[in-house]
Design a protein around this ligand. Structure first.
Ligand SMILES: CC1=C(CCC(=O)O)c2cc3nc(cc4[nH]c(cc5[nH]c(cc1n2)c(C)c5CCC(=O)O)c(CCC(=O)O)c4C)C(CCC(=O)O)=C3C
Ligand SMILES: [Fe+2]
Length: 348
């Protein structure tokens, strides 16, 4: 099946270190421009160091790329997938050159982040812009991107299925903790001031949590939205409560907690360390039943949903007809970046 006006998919992600020697250079990339000394970065590095200097995120993206390619082929959609990262190889400049050298001009970016925030969207768009200029490909490539997919059935579905199974295994009255990446309260407000104090970022998470509960047939379960992985200067306010504080607060009042990591699409370092090590230890320290359900990863429902999101653009599906499980969505498209000159302009 033709992919209409598009030539390729860019799988765009965060990137992560793949060995002890990579950790500090990777963290320098993540904090570029902030002038953080290596000694401070070494303090942040501990969870990578404890895992041989390796973040699982790059392998998870290789697996997601392969799963996308298999789904596209199964559906007969002729769209190659090129992978690029913000903070580690393969970097966006390598990916953009690969796309251009293969003759691709109009690209759909699939960013591995489901929600609207500077870190999850804005920084990626800035990086695309900067990379188009640095590679001299601004007039040769046009980068569009799929909409934020926080309420797409392909993203909600796997969480709902796994939450239902976890609730069936848990003691009556177990509390459901929806956890996502904390961000500075100022960044949250800026993500969509029309949505109130926490901006679009918090509004999307609250609506997404309710959608997961509905799809799991668990609207009567006690639940809350909590946060993880705050960093930076302590005097700067970030979204709260931290998941460990929330567990401390609930201990004694509930028999257990189910942790739903719906802030991420794969079980990367911030899930493995901040949740599976720290938060689970907090819960077991209180003698609570605790289970952390998986992120979508390469769940076939999620992978198929990502291809559906790409096809929304390929087939120019009207906005109102795009599937969404909250009344916040479907989230609007973003303006393409770069400017492929039309054939007419090129021949003129
Ligand atoms: C909203 C959000 C997402 C979700 C969107 C998405 O999924 O993209 C996300 C993802 C990730 N964040 C990651 C890692 C890091 N984030 C950092 C720092 C920060 N993240 C922030 C926010 C987010 N981060 C913020 C506001 C900062 C403060 C500094 C700044 O304002 O930029 C730092 C620096 C050290 C520190 O400050 O902790 C590291 C190492 C990894 C890789 C994990 C792995 O290696 O497996 C991933 C997927
Ligand atoms: Fe982060």
């Amino acid at each position: 099946m033709s992919a209409g006006a598009y030539d390729a998919i860019l799988l765009a992600s965060f990137g992560g270190p793949e060995g002890q020697d990579d950790v500090i250079p990777f963290l320098r990339n993540v904090t570029r421009g902030k002038g953080i000394p290596d000694e401070r970065l070494e303090e942040v590095a501990h969870h990578y160091r404890a895992n041989g200097g390796v973040s699982p995120i790059n392998q998870q993206n290789r697996d997601l790329k392969a799963a996308l390619e298999a789904e596209l082929e199964a559906r007969g959609i002729d769209l190659p997938v090129v992978w690029g990262n913000r903070n580690w190889a393969p970097y966006f400049d390598e990916a953009f050159r690969e796309l251009h050298e293969a003759g691709h001009r109009r690209v759909i970016a699939l960013i591995t982040s489901a929600y609207t925030s500077y870190s999850g969207v804005g920084q990626y768009r800035e990086d695309f812009d900067r990379t188009l200029d640095e590679t001299g490909l601004r007039d040769e490539l046009e980068i569009s991107r799929i909409r934020e997919f926080f309420d797409h059935p392909g993203f909600i579905g796997p969480f709902a299925t796994n939450l239902r199974a976890a609730l069936d295994r848990a003691p009556e009255g177990t509390h459901v903790m929806f956890v996502t990446h904390s961000i500075p309260t100022a960044a949250a407000a800026a993500s969509g001031p029309e949505h109130g104090e926490g901006g679009a970022y918090v509004a999307q998470h609250l609506a997404g949590a309710e959608a997961i509960l509905r799809e799991a047939g668990a609207t009567d379960a006690p639940w809350s939205l909590v946060y993880q992985s705050r960093s930076g200067a302590p005097h700067i306010p970030w979204l709260e409560p931290d998941i460990n504080d929330a567990i401390d607060e609930l201990a004694g009042a509930v028999p257990g907690v189910i942790i739903v990591p719906f802030g991420f699409i794969s079980d990367h370092m911030e899930v493995m360390w901040d949740l599976d090590t720290e938060a689970v230890e907090t819960a077991t320290g209180h003698g609570l039943h605790v289970e952390r359900i998986p992120t979508p990863g390469v769940d076939p429902v999620f992978v198929s949903g990502l291809v559906d999101l790409v096809l929304e653009r390929v087939n120019e599906i009207p906005h109102a007809e795009r599937p969404h499980l909250t009344d916040l969505g479907p989230w609007p498209d973003h303006e393409p970046q770069g400017s492929v000159r039309s054939e007419a302009a090129q021949s003129a």
